[in-house]
Write a protein that binds this ligand. Structure first.
Ligand SMILES: *Cc1c(COP(=O)(O)O)cnc(C)c1O
Length: 353
């Protein structure tokens, strides 16, 4: 079975797990006068992540959702308006910051252009007409097929934010996949934002954790927010050690995942009914099934019978995600299975008419 449901499916290998046994541990919830916890492994990871993103400080969180939520609830208060895309993970999937029961932030939406990058004119229009308190970006963009926002566009967003004196938060769950595709450093991508969250548990293949990075002042406040969210981690070194291992060993191989997704896409040029996303940049490939009158769930069941596990996303799409352990051969086989399914669906449609 080729399982392309998500890059969260990676399980830690033995050397990664062994880092836990030798990790120096302490109580990360017990703070010194500088506000640092007592777990040296957590502190080391936070410093390492801060350096990677070019920020002053980092904060280990249990999940990307916790990192993003801590960021939004630190930048903003209840009732504040936030400029975001309706397909951003924070809005579409996490929801907590925008929930009337929890964060109570109000979403104001901007558009994406044909290159799947934030449309600056639409952002400007919203800034002019709403008292926006925070701008959000997502890099890579999960529900837009892993599309990247390049440094040029990020700079324009930064300029707009500066004009209105508002901060920018980047959901960089797959920041390193973006840096690999754009052939730039994560630091360059983070230069234009005030805070950034990236995941250890996606393509980096660690079992648990995310890092929120920003200025020292911001991270100090975010640490208070994180505690309210139940995220003070005590011997957090247990998760920081494999996360550090992931940073040291698994960043440089992400290009492979991007290439496998691109390879699979390149083999899907002659489909009859399924519409593959026009261009694949990183490790996500979406298939649009709206020309077929069946449910994406049904499609996924049919794929499973042929040895391919995939997941429905949005209303009429399915998503394939490539990650550590998925080979080139798997990418080729996945494309062959999609071709077989396409033949079947197109055949059924013809018989039906
Ligand atoms: C997975 C993901 C998150 C959240 O990460 P969790 O660790 O699952 O909470 C945030 N943003 C994006 C774009 C993601 O893909």
């Amino acid at each position: 079975m080729i399982d392309l449901r998500s890059d969260t499916l990676t399980v830690p290998d033995r050397p990664m797990l062994e880092t836990i046994l030798s990790a120096r541990l302490g109580d990360d919830g017990r703070l010194d006068e500088k506000g640092r916890g007592e777990d040296p492994t957590v502190n080391d990871l936070e410093d390492c992540g801060a350096a990677l993103t070019g920020k002053e400080a980092g904060l280990l969180c249990c999940s990307g959702t916790m990192g993003n939520s801590a960021a939004l609830l630190t930048h903003c208060g209840p009732g504040d308006e936030v400029l975001i895309d309706s397909l951003h993970h924070m809005y579409r999937s996490e929801k907590m910051a925008f929930s009337s029961r929890f964060g109570q932030l109000h979403a104001v939406f901007f558009d994406y252009d044909k290159q799947e990058m934030p449309d600056i004119d639409s952002m400007k229009r919203q800034m002019e007409t709403h008292p926006i308190k925070l701008i959000c970006v997502e890099n890579t963009h999960n529900f837009r097929g892993g599309a990247c926002t390049d440094p040029q566009r990020l700079k324009k967003i930064r300029d707009l934010a500066d004009e209105y004196h508002v901060p920018v938060h980047m959901d960089g769950a797959r920041l390193f996949n973006a840096a690999a595709y754009l052939k730039t450093s994560p630091e360059e991508l983070c230069r234009y934002v005030d805070s950034v969250q990236f995941c250890f548990s996606k393509g980096l293949a660690a079992p648990v954790g995310s890092l929120l990075c920003g200025t020292e002042t911001f991270i100090k406040k975010a640490k208070v927010t994180r505690k309210m969210l139940g995220g003070a981690l005590r011997q957090g070194g247990i998760i920081a050690a494999p996360a550090k291992y992931a940073v040291l060993h698994n960043i440089k191989r992400l290009q492979e995942d991007n290439e496998n997704a691109q390879l699979c896409r390149s083999l899907l040029n002659s489909l009859k009914l399924i519409i593959p996303q026009p261009s694949v940049q990183t490790n996500i490939l979406m298939l649009d099934l709206s020309h077929w009158n069946g449910e994406p769930e049904t499609f996924c069941h049919m794929a499973e019978k042929k040895g391919l596990l995939i997941k429905p996303v949005l209303d009429h799409c399915v998503r394939l995600v490539f990650y550590k352990g998925i080979t080139k051969e798997n990418a080729v086989s996945a494309a062959r299975i999609i071709h077989d399914l396409d033949d079947e669906l197109a055949g059924d449609m013809n018989h039906g008419h």
